[in-house]
Design a protein around this ligand. Sequence first.
Ligand SMILES: [Mg+2]
Length: 374
Amino acid sequence: MRIDAVELFHVAMPLISPWRTAYGEDYTVESVLVRIEGEGRYAWAESSPLAAPCYSPEWAGGIFAVLKKWLAPAVVGKSISSGDDLQAKLGHFKGNSFAKAALDNAWWVLDSVIQETPLYKRLGAVKNEADTGADFGVCDSINELLDDIGRAVDDGYKRVKLKFRPGWDIEMLRAVRNRFPTQTFHIDCNSGYRISDLEMFCRIDDFQLAMIEQPLQYDDLVDHARLQETITTPICLDESICSVDRAVMALDLGSCQWINIKPARVGGLTNALKIHDLAKAAGVPCWVGGMLESAVGLQIMIALSMLDNFTYPADIFPSARFYTDDVGKPEVAISRRSDGSPIVRASEAPGIGCEPDAKLLEKVTVAHARIEPS
Ligand SMILES: [Mg+2]
């Protein structure tokens, strides 16, 4: 298809309450929404690296600038036959996975719209529902966290993810495990530790966690392989897997036993599909993670999560978890299996069946650009 125009919206979406992790606190989610036009149709996509370069080296203001100056002009006016073709046209720009993902995801959604197919089917998935998990950031107190977990367990969540950082660590984990001896838990360290903390990770083996997510540096694979050799709890990599090449290296090195695939972090759906397939071939299961996206980004993650090597409940939450009025409409809601456990359902509309509400978008937009062929 020929890309006729790309429109970029740098948005700051206010959260209901701050999101606390090992890298700090977010009061708004900064993201980039993209509207792409081609073949007389349009589609929306999203890439959300957050406000500051703390989760990864990229940030929303940065990816808006890179998209505006370099990436969007490289694809506008061009005919692009596939996700691989799009990635090749952006290949001479190094890194910038989140920025590339904005265009890559938009290409896939637009292609699905043109083919009048739901995105999940266009990606090769068959089923249209997937399990989703619960996820808790750092709370004001352990009792508050225990109450939150209790509600999630009562609500049928099969697994609970806990943010873990110095000062909110072993003591928290012990209290949680004592209260909930059989529930599936994992912790996410958001690269807050170093290999010198090996002894602490050996102690974590006692808590029978499903996995430890990104314990060490955001760009490390070697120390993770050393840690995985020493501890029995599986390691899951998140931040470290920012491209297909990095996934290949992690699988070769034995740096992890799980991969959290966030389509935005790996450069978009083209690479997410490749990593999913490589991991599957290597016997490494995956699950879909998110960056507190609006419903637009959530629908892209939901479509991806329908693929068969995503075997652990996803970090896909209903719009109402983080937003009083999600800029993407319709909002994402949680459905239930017959046993009451929470699931997400992929949209059966062509593409993702979701786009920003014009008035809300105007309210949250901090910068806008439209790129057309020169
Ligand atoms: Mg993570």
